[in-house]
Design a protein around this ligand. Sequence first.
Ligand SMILES: [Cu+2]
Length: 688
Amino acid sequence: MRRDSRRTILATMILGLLLPLASPAAAADPEIDRLLRGPVGKDWVTNGGNLTNQRYSTLAHIDTANVKQLKGAWMTRLKASGAAGKYSLEASPLVKDGIMYVITGNDDAFALNAKTGEILWEYWSGIDQKISTACCGWVNRGLAMGEGLLFLGQLDANVVALDMKTGKVAWKTPIEKWENGYTITSAPLYYDGIVYSGIAGGEFGVRGRLTALNAKSGEILWRWHTLPAPGEFGSETWPPGTDHSKRGGATIWNTPALDPDLGLIYFATGNCGPDYDGSMREGDNLFCASMIALKAKTGEYAWHFQQVHHDIWDYDAASPVVLFDTVINGQPRKGIAEAGRTGWLYLLDRTNGKPLIGIEERPVPQEPRQKTARTQPYPIGDATVPQCADPVPGYEKAGCIFEPFWETPVVLRPSGLGGTNWSPVPYSPATGYFYVPGTVRSSAFARTGDKYFLGQRYVGGTQAAPIGTEMSGRFTAMDATTNKIAWQHKTPYRLGGGGGSTVTAGNLLFRGEPDGNVLALDAKTGEELWRFQTGFGADAPPVVYEVDGEQFVAIATGGNQLQGSAYGDAIWAFSLKGQLGPLWPPPPPSTVAGPTGPIATGVDTIKMGGINVEYSFVPGRVRIKAGTTLTFMNVGDLPHNATAWQTRGWDTGVLPSGGKTSVTFDKPGVYYYICTPHPWMYGQVIVE
Ligand SMILES: [Cu+2]
């Protein structure tokens, strides 16, 4: 109801700047535009396959009958770019006319012969290694192409265009400064002469936005802020007379989709900031955790749907939106879907943002100090992950989704890591299913409060998985016409933080696993038909392409720090003519929260970010005598601390790279600790 009235008011309002008049009548790159609009065939020219983000390939040479013969055609190492603990490798390689383009977590790009894997050119970004505002690992989720250029967003908040023939920089446009908390991790989208780029930084008190650039020159055409300025539509959902909405997050973690017939561009936004503290930002806080449609040419607002009102759980909408056409109750419908961190798949009508199947506003538990929203949207249908946490010893309270918290930790599922996080979700028009990867993990949420300083972490609390609790995953096929589970696999490792999958007209679904395996499933039934060990964390979405009549499936295997998969720098391509066999398995991610590894003795120093694994304490577990002093030394690239878990008895303070401090342990006992900025880092001290 309230959305309706807002929309009428809005019909006359224009947000963002208008394009200068007279966009060119002729398309700047008719061939790429045609490939972007059509079904995906031999080339894979944008991150999501085409403008829909469906990741559905019409290639069907490889099918359920012959997939067992699939072997490695080639494997290429990307010269150790991004092969270290602080990086994730999540990009979809792009392919055009037999050449593959891929980008690593260090924003270095490579062109490869897509048939042989031979490296043709290299672009080394040279980005500042001191960047300290990448929230969740150094990562680049992919490229876009058009007009003979490749487009990428960098962690230093520049959008860059490279000459596709040489890898030389054609232009470089700063969107913001990383020192102010802004980074770019999403793949841009190119269409009809415009490059669209989102920006990240929701953990650093930033103001999210979509920026449209002239593809030829890099000139900024317009920007649309995801957080309204005072007086703008949506500003009434923030406290009047304050500037909380200027640093309220709502960043864009992933590639937009675009409907050329409707002339609309679509994307989803991240959490509200500060993440876990809603006490000073009473109201629904638009446009956090929302799906948004704008006019693609001008950036004018069209509609929005907010998945989580007044988010205090870090429930981003981080997975790319997907456009699809379907028939519901005999009516053809134009749909849009997004798999949220909440564990739900949100299905809307993309012409107007209204639910396709039904989403109910239901009353939820309240915490007045957090200014919680009275109701939250509950999609009709199934969730893909459990939405209630089991009780955990030592915690007063365990709850379900939307359970509020204050300063006493409350254990919840889904945790802020998902449900579905950054992983893309493909859609097969043949099966009518969405394929949703999800994380099953409990978090103990607590509000602590943070002061805002430009460029500093601004999250207002913490969420960490209680020591010893399960961490696993679900891979679910969801029926797009009912929003119900068609089939579901329980998986040993968390999914949805990287990875993702791709589906083909050969009725095959390809996906990677954090333990290094790449799988092929029957897309209709879910039956596993093929599995291949790549030797590195296979935590990126595969792509499908054809060269000289031969079909290939390719995947970047370089691990993902948040998923705990093994790092590397490899691109694998598979084909029916392939000759390469599997590699030795890398160490698998842990399936239980908490410190892992053997208990070390005779230790006086704990390294933070040690042995090239950024988010780790090394050794993770030590046994010492009462009265021993341990030195915590940050040998990583990012700031870290060590703070007593639950008891909050001691804290090293946040140490910059190279910093160190000492803590003396006098009383016998078993002590756990975490890093506050990275609460998935655990350590244990056993004092005897
Ligand atoms: Cu840390």
